[in-house]
Design a protein around this ligand. Structure first.
Ligand SMILES: *Cc1c(COP(=O)(O)O)cnc(C)c1O
Length: 401
């Protein structure tokens, strides 16, 4: 597509000019695994679905363009995308990884990649001295999440990329929380961007998908080999569903951002709340870097209640806001990381980063901010009354992953 178009226009028009034969405004779902060859030695460009499918190609080209990369790859989930990316590495390789990390990524590194002799060290990736101290002769890549989930720690992408390049290491960024609408790590020097497209890109809590975008022809060729060989690719119907979601990404992200800031500000001034972690608040340690490298803030933030006893009644009393895992959809969800998303991270590491039993993560949806504030206010008040009256109700929610 015309690359002078602004990102809002490119998002809205994903796939809409790709089918000149019929003029279809929405690119069709090619629900076909096989493609006829016109004759021996000829191909339409499509042979077998795992390698390439027309619907998937439209999504992959859009992803590459949105992230300012060379090639995009659609995968069956965010974890499938990460698994494909990590398959670049092998026996004896070492990775430097963000300390406050998505639980599933940590589990993959520690339970699966470790079996293949790949090791990882977890550091504050914004501390260049700590990074340098962790680097070994066999360190092949830095893997960062910025902001991190749930603590919203910010890493200076450009600084890390410069350091990594000096030492011939790749920089991989999980850009799930900001999406290319707000942040494009490849423009800041990164080599690979990964997404759980299940979150903001899909945006409606109705499709599981992952994306990879690479920069550089050698790396892109290698990734294409891995994507096809591993086979954790996205089916055509899910590709369609994801593109359907991505068309409204700009509108949604703007609302997620303003809602989250309104809610963060409300909680900041609430007497039951001890701390609010939101990089859009001027006293957040990552505020300036975030402003410099991104054009906006995600709809997620976290906060700590003063007393862990608040958590159970609060989660029981929210009504509009759902107590559920996942993030990035139009509906507001609240998560208790210590028992849900981060249950696989050892308590020592969780405590070191600050993911404790008082921390709640809030994925703010696109409802009206006033309704969300009212819901949260009512739930906090109901929790306060119960605690004052000494009512204790048991029954903790377990992890449902
Ligand atoms: C959800 C998530 C993943 C995993 O993606 P799935 O689509 O659930 O497989 C990876 N990274 C981050 C930051 C996530 O939020």
């Amino acid at each position: 597509m015309d690359d002078k178009l602004r990102i809002e226009s490119r998002l809205a028009q994903i796939g809409s000019q790709e089918d000149p034969a019929t003029g279809a405004v929405n690119f069709p779902i090619y629900q076909s695994t096989a493609f006829r060859h016109p004759r021996l030695g000829q191909s339409t460009g499509f042979d077998y679905i795992r390698t390439k499918n027309p619907t998937r190609s439209v999504l992959e080209n859009a992803a590459a363009e949105l992230e300012s990369g060379d090639v995009g790859f659609a995968c069956s989930s965010g974890m499938a995308a990460l698994s494909t990316v990590f398959s670049l590495f092998g026996q004896g390789d070492h990775l430097v990884v963000s300390l406050d990390l998505y639980g599933g990524t940590y589990r993959m590194l520690e339970r699966i990649l470790s079996k293949y002799g790949i090791t990882a060290s977890y550091v504050d990736t914004n501390d260049l001295e700590a990074l340098e101290a962790t680097r070994r002769p066999n360190t092949k890549a830095v893997f960062i999440e910025t902001p991190t989930n749930p603590l919203m720690m910010i890493t200076d992408i450009q600084a890390v990329c410069t350091w990594a390049r000096q030492h011939h290491m790749l920089t991989i960024v999980d850009n799930t929380l900001l999406t290319p609408f707000f942040q494009r790590p490849l423009e800041l020097g990164a080599d690979i961007v990964v997404h759980s497209a299940t979150k903001y890109l899909g945006g409606h809590n109705d499709v599981l998908a992952g994306l990879i975008v690479t920069k550089g022809s050698e790396l892109s060729t290698e990734m294409a080999m891995l994507h096809n060989s591993i086979g954790a690719v996205l089916g055509p119907t899910d590709c369609y569903q994801l593109m359907r979601g991505m068309k409204t990404l700009a509108l949604r992200m703007e609302r997620h951002e303003s809602n989250a800031l309104a809610l963060a500000d409300y909680l900041l001034h609430h007497e039951a709340i001890a701390e609010v972690f939101h990089p859009g608040l001027p006293d957040h340690p990552g505020y300036e870097i975030q402003n410099r490298q991104s054009s906006g803030n995600t709809g997620i933030f976290s906060f700590k209640v003063k007393d862990a006893k608040y958590v159970e009644p609060l989660l029981r009393h929210i009504r509009l806001i759902a107590f559920a895992e996942s993030l990035g959809g139009v509906e507001s969800l609240m998560t208790y990381p210590a028992v849900q998303t981060h249950a696989d991270i050892p308590v020592e590491i969780r405590d070191a980063v600050g993911v404790d039993d008082r921390l709640l993560r809030f994925s703010v949806g696109i409802e009206h901010a006033s309704d969300l504030i009212a819901d949260l206010g009512n739930a906090l008040e109901a929790a306060r009354i119960e605690l004052e009256e000494g009512i204790t109700l048991g029954g903790q929610q377990g992890s449902d992953r």
